[in-house]
Design a protein around this ligand. Structure first.
Ligand code: CA
Ligand code: CA
Length: 191
């Protein structure tokens, strides 16, 4: 079931119905449904490429849009006539909020809602900054684990040959001394 997706500006093919590359025929998965999707193209990509027509059981209630409907690559009519699909689909501009800035949420008067498309919450879609990981307590050298190396770091700090800052003050009393060393050792022993 392929439903409620937005496909924008595929380069070569907008939609290719195939089996997985190099898989034997008995791994075909026939009868998929393709409904309530938005296919949007400002490229001269081929709309449909069909290697395995059996893989599609139903295609309907989709919204198609191209800036170049006269292109031979825009083979929607061929698809409809050959497979008798997409009787209730429409060709219309889906009215993205801000295509130029990759905001593909839909304006409230989008035609896509007429085919049953549900607005997708795009707030958490796409790359986003990773939360800064909080190092475990006692991990002076920030390698993600507390082990003998951190003990050595703490010893070095106490001896003044290295400075691990406040992260070496495990018990938080404002100074780095043997008690912090013991804390690190206890953390290691507890794990
Ligand atoms: Ca460490
Ligand atoms: Ca301390």
């Amino acid at each position: 079931m392929i439903t409620n997706n937005i496909f924008v500006d595929a380069i070569t093919w907008d939609l290719a119905f195939s089996k997985y590359a190099n898989q034997p025929r008995d791994l075909e998965q026939p009868g998929n449904t393709f409904t309530k999707n938005i296919i949007y193209s400002t490229k001269d990509s081929k709309l449909f490429l069909v290697y395995e027509p059996n893989n599609v059981g139903l295609s309907d209630y989709n919204l198609f849009y191209t800036i170049n409907p006269e292109s031979p690559n825009w083979n929607l009519q061929w698809w409809k006539e050959k497979y008798d699909f997409d009787e209730h689909s429409i060709e219309a501009d889906p009215l993205f909020v801000d295509y130029d800035n990759d905001d593909f949420s839909l304006m409230s008067d989008s035609w896509a809602f007429n085919i049953g498309f549900q607005q997708i919450d795009l707030a958490n879609v796409g790359p986003r900054p990773q939360d800064e990981a909080t190092p475990p307590k006692g991990d002076l050298n920030l390698d993600g684990t507390v082990n003998i190396q951190d003990v050595q770091c703490c010893v070095n700090h106490i001896q003044g040959t290295q400075d691990w800052g406040s992260s070496a003050d495990i018990d938080g009393n404002g100074e780095v001394n043997e008690n912090d060393l013991k804390e690190i050792i206890n953390i290691i022993l507890r794990e």
